[in-house]
Design a protein around this ligand. Structure first.
Ligand code: UD1
Ligand code: CA
Length: 460
């Protein structure tokens, strides 16, 4: 299907009460406007124009590398009709039909758009409008129809008479229009209304006057056309989008114990038989393999996890790569640049950053591992710290295969620990350790017998 799409996204979104323009607010990990864009592509729109105004640079930057998208600037937001008029140059290049979508209507699906286009083609209409019947139509434009079912005009809430406000069929703001008609009609829209705006909806009245047919196509699920104008509606839209993501994952074989409290962002890939417990937040293009367990209250951002990985409760993982059969947590923090090879075990209160940890190695408790390369089968004792920062620069610690690091060891980088060495508990390592050596830097212990008793006197 050869079709073009125009997406209106210039409004500020005053009701959001935000520094950020409405259409760039994230929903399930993507800006709101990315959803209508994705749906337009899904139905085959090869040319998409985005009308932007408020924080135009912000929107433009997000779509920078997308060649199907052209940006149209609407400097002053004088209404939806004016927004379309600003795209005159884009419209001049369209000959067939055009889809008009709104940047603040993110729940629309490809299936619905396809039926909109099919209805449009069936009637050979000038305009086909996507409508919905809402129990509470407040705030939306109402659809006024003639006895033959054709649409005569749309009246906005603010301009409607009490009788018109009783109409429960609303304008979704989504249309399929003959481009040639639209090009000409938008030049004739006036702003004689309560809001003194140029209403795109006036094209319906214009078509009717010209004897051209306008039809409606009603959505099956009214939730799809919900416009997001404030943060209450944004939360509701977010819940719908997350519900769809969770449903698709569950149907593909992922166990989600409690979908209502599982926050998986758009673009995450999760393998079969992985089990996700409540309050997980998974996003930023994370890929998780098969048979993993993600325990309660885990946050994973932009990570790659292999198969059979266990992430225990309360852990936070960012930009890390985790190979098969690794266990992490509870309450571990993997920061960017962490690579855990197969069968690594990272325990509670362990923080890693730019740390590459070899197969089978373990850091089970209370440890900081930063800027380090750790070999295979290394044991990192409780309380070990890589002292990677000298106040100005970061330095690297290398621990070779088979090393045993005792508890409470500080490794003052840059430093290398040779293969199979043993570092005694409490040691501060300041120089390289040759392979197969014992390193020990504690002060010898002294026991002063009777000292406590003498100091405190006989009364004790
Ligand atoms: C609009 C429709 C209304 C419909 C509702 C559906 C008009 C006059 N009214 O009302 O019939 O029921 O959508 O959600 O069209 N925009 C621009 N430039 C502008 C004004 C708006 O790009 O000058 C964009 C906004 O960023 C937004 C979209 O157009 O994405 C809709 O604008 P909004 O002001 O939210 O219109 P509504 O009052 O909701
Ligand atoms: Ca709106």
């Amino acid at each position: 299907m050869e079709i073009a799409a125009l997406i209106l996204a210039a409004g500020k979104g005053t009701r959001m009460k935000s520094e950020i323009v409405k259409v760039m607010h994230p929903l399930a990990g993507k800006p709101m406007v990315a959803y209508p864009v994705a749906v337009a592509k899904m139905v085959g729109a090869s040319r998409i124009a985005l009308v932007v105004g408020h924080q135009a640079e912000r929107v433009q930057e997000y779509f920078n590398r997308d060649e199907t998208i052209s940006i149209v600037l609407q400097e002053e937001q004088l209404g939806t009709g004016h927004a379309v008029a600003c795209a005159a140059e884009f419209l001049a290049g369209c000959d067939g039909d055009l889809l008009i979508l709104c940047g603040d209507t993110p729940l629309i699906t490809g299936e619905t758009l396809r039926s909109l286009v099919a209805t449009h083609n069936l009637h050979g209409a000038a305009i086909t409008l996507l409508t919905a019947r809402l129990p509470d139509p407040f705030g939306y434009g109402r659809v006024i129809k003639g006895s033959d079912g054709r649409i005569l005009r749309i009246v906005e809430e603010k301009d409607a008479t009490p009788v018109e406000r009783e109409i429960d069929e609303i304008n979704s703001g989504i249309y399929c229009v003959k481009a040639a008609f639209l090009r000409e009609a938008v030049t004739r829209i006036g702003n004689d209304n309560v809001q003194q705006e140029y209403y795109l909806t006036d094209i319906i009245g214009l078509a009717d006057e010209a004897g051209l047919a306008c039809y409606s196509c009603a959505v099956t699920d009214p939730a799809e056309v919900m416009g997001v104008n404030d943060r209450v509606q944004m939360a509701a839209a977010g819940a719908v989008l997350r519900g769809r993501i969770n449903e698709a994952l569950m149907l593909s074989g992922v166990t989600i114990i409690d979908p209502a409290t599982t926050y998986i962002e758009q673009g995450s890939v999760i393998g079969r038989d992985t089990v996700i417990f409540p309050n997980a937040v998974i996003g930023g293009g994370t890929v998780i393999g098969e048979g993993c367990v993600i325990a309660p209250s885990v946050t994973i951002t932009n990570c790659r996890l292999g198969d059979r990985v266990q992430i225990k409760a309360g852990s936070v993982l960012e930009e890390s790569v985790i190979h098969n059969d690794v266990a992490v947590g509870p309450m571990a923090h993997l920061r960017p640049g962490t690579v855990l090879k197969e069968q690594v075990k990272i325990g509670n209160f362990v923080e890693t950053k730019k740390a590459v940890i070899g197969e089978g190695s373990k850091a089970s408790h209370l440890t900081y591992l930063g800027d380090c390369f750790i070999g295979k089968d290394v044991n990192i004792g409780c309380g070990t710290i890589t002292c990677n920062y000298d106040g100005k620069k970061k330095h690297v610690t290398i621990i070779e295969d088979g090393v045993f690091v005792g508890s409470d060891v500080q490794l003052v980088a840059p430093v290398t620990v040779g293969k199979n060495s043993l570092i005694a508990a409490g040691t501060t390592v300041t120089t390289d350790i040759p392979p197969d050596s014992l390193a020990l830097s504690r002060t010898p212990q002294v026991n002063k017998e009777g000292w406590v008793k003498n100091k405190r006197g006989s009364g004790h």
